[in-house]
Design a protein around this ligand. Structure first.
Ligand code: SF4
Ligand code: SF4
Length: 128
């Protein structure tokens, strides 16, 4: 039996910072999965939901404005902070962070503790 990795973060207690990465790669099986999820053709899925990285030529998830982090994946629900395509999400999202700890979660918990605010959303952007 496959052993489950014990993780030291709780995504349901986080505003989904990892969904704000500007480059989330989408491979061929991911495109097929998203196409089936939306009931679209492969080309329509690419046109509507993906963009091509000018450097690598790979497909990436499209982003849109976000209330907390400037930009986030277009599939992130802005209010609930949940993935709207969870069962069809790309492999890169399924694998993240790939270790028992999540760096952002550690940062978030430290800041919430320091500022005594359990609803704090920690960002590294301190522009006025
Ligand atoms: S940043 Fe870390 S804790 Fe937050 S949703 Fe992503 S993996 Fe989960
Ligand atoms: S597909 Fe879902 S899990 Fe992946 S970045 Fe977008 S909202 Fe986050």
């Amino acid at each position: 039996m496959r052993k489950k990795l014990r993780v030291l973060y709780n995504c349901s207690n986080c505003p989904a910072w990892c969904c704000t990465y500007p480059r989330v790669e989408v491979n061929d099986p991911d495109i097929e999965r998203l196409a089936a999820f939306f009931g679209l053709s492969r080309s329509a899925t690419i046109k509507k939901h993906l963009r091509k990285d000018s450097e690598s030529g790979r497909f990436l998830l499209r982003q849109r404005r976000d209330d907390y982090f400037d930009h986030a994946c277009k599939f992130l629900d802005k209010k609930t902070r949940m993935c709207k395509v969870y069962h069809a999400r790309p492999l890169a999202c399924r694998r993240y962070p790939g270790t028992a700890r999540c760096g952002y979660y550690d940062f978030l918990m430290a800041e919430r503790d320091r500022q005594r605010d359990d609803s704090l959303i920690a960002t590294t952007d301190h522009r006025p």
